[in-house]
Structure formats: structure tokens, C-alpha cells
Design a protein around this ligand. Sequence first.
Ligand code: 5GP
Ligand code: MN
Length: 316
Amino acid sequence: MLERIKDMVKSGKRFLITTHIDPDGDAIGSAFAMYWALETLGKSPLVYLKDQIPYNYEFLPQPKRVVYEIPDGEFDVIFVVDCGNLFRIGEGYEQLKDKGNIINIDHHTTNEPFGLINLIDENASSTAEILYRLLTLMNAPMTFEIAVNLYTAIFTDTGSFRYENTNSSAFLICEEMLRHGVEPFYVSKMVHENHPKERFLLLGLVLNTLETYDQGRIAIAHVTEEMFKKTNTTREHVDGFVEYIREIRGVEVAALVRETDNGKYKISMRSKGKVDVANVCTLFGGGGHKNAAGCNIDGTLEDVKTNIKEVVRFND
Ligand code: 5GP
Ligand code: MN
């Protein structure tokens, strides 16, 4: 499969790279690393993002060509990275299917094989890890631009090397990236210590909604449109909130319920026990990983919380 991708890259002229909505570090880092790798191979790829680059990833070496509308024309190859299903690319995703051969590179347990080629490894720490292997096979020269994007993707998707997906490859790749000029302290500062004050005012409001259930094994907090307005923040400021909730002693499943529209909610779920939250989120049409997953649920806030509580099973 890697050989086939190598050939398609070699012979291709027009490349598009895209990823999921609400992009995280692995989405942005993998998409940008792919861009820089193709550039070093003499190609001029285009990157399509549905959403803006989150402020804490703006420091990354950015592609020369990023578009926010699905581009016209056809492509020889469309790389879709870190995306469990095509729907996750966001509105208009259907158009992409007719625009070229899709290569799906991903590590979600719930990945649907929507590409012509599907390079999926559920055991990889991150999409960036799979990409690193691909780039090595393609003999793409390693540059600082690629290295810092790959490093940041792995660093963020492993929760700064803390989550269950942290493996020896993650450390080995990151060590190599340091030799290409990546400074861990700088990346960490830009990603984690670069928030506007407003984010913490929002966090205060969100933490005030925290409730626990099932003898403290489930914790749920929520964020409303009203809170965003009050603190002059947007959904990008919520990134990381659910991780704080998981830090509570005894909590095995943490959920952050975010209002997206009247009666519509986006759920971010985390597990630090045996519960597979990807399974839980799949019941609502979402997906993800065992310990980090998401879905959308409609209803009242109370309905949504009841729904979550009802489907989480501890099996012990
Ligand atoms: P987050 O809570 O940080 O938005 O997402 C956690 C993980 O679940 C990520 O790997 C993300 O890609 C995945 N995820 C979040 N929401 C959805 C969804 O609606 N559908 C699917 N398939 N995956 C999701
Ligand atoms: Mn990922």
C-alpha cells in the first residue's frame, strides 16, 4: 500500500490535502507536514480547511496555499488526514469524492475506509506517526517545517506524552524531530501557554456547571452560546476543557457538552478507565478513539446529559 501511494505521489501533479472540522494538533500538524513533504518533492499542493487554524497552532510553518472553500477542478490525489469519516471534513464534503482519488491516512478506531487507499493504523499514537512512516518510505527529505509539524501533532495527540496512545514510536520520532531543530519548550509554550485571558473566564463558567454521577465515575460540564457571548470567546477556546474534567479523582468518563445551535450539542468525551468512549459516541453517530471521542446529540441540555449517563456502562 505504501508503495502504491509512493507511485501516485511520484506521477501526480495536482494534490489536495484536507482534514477534519474543529482541527486539533494532529489534524493541522499532519496536514501541514504532508504539504511541506510534497513541496520538498517538487509538488505544489493545496490545503483545504473548513475551519480556521486555531490560534495555538498559528506558530506552525504554514503552507503557502491554504483555501477555505472547496477548490474548483480535479486532483490526481486528495489526502484526507486524521479523519474518521468523510462527513468529518465538514459541509460540502460530498463534492470531494468526485474530485480525485482519495488517500485516507488515519488512526481512529472508528475509521470508515472511504478512500481509494486507506492507510489506517489504530495502534499508531497519531496520524502524524503513520505519515512519518510514509515519508520515510518515500525518501522525502526531512526539513524543519516537516519536523515541527510532525512533532506538534504527536505531542498534542498524546496529551504531551501522557495518554494511553503514547508509545515508543512517538518518542523515537520526536527525538528525531529534535535533531531537525524542534525545540520542545517552544512548542509547549505556543500550544499550552498562549491562551487569551478570556479562555479562563469561560473555563470558570464551564467548571461551575460541573456535575458528577454514578458515585463520581461520570463527570459532565457544559458550555452555552450565552457563556461564549459573555466572555467574548468562541469554540476554539474550549479545546482542552474536557481534559481538566478527566483529571478529577475517581472520574472514569468525562464529557463536555457544547451548544452549537439551539437544541444542538457537540459532545467531547474522554475516558481514563476501561470504558471505550468511541463505542459510546458511535451509538450517537460519532466516533473516535477508546479514550477520546465525540458526537453530536440534539435535544434539551438535560436530555443530552441523560442520554450520555444512560449509555455509559462500566461492566464491573
Ligand atoms: P474532540 O473531543 O477533541 O473534538 O475529539 C476527540 C476525538 O474524537 C478526536 O480524535 C476526533 O477526531 C474524534 N471525534 C470527535 N467528534 C467526532 C464525530 O462527531 N465523529 C467522529 N467520527 N469522530 C469524532
Ligand atoms: Mn489524531
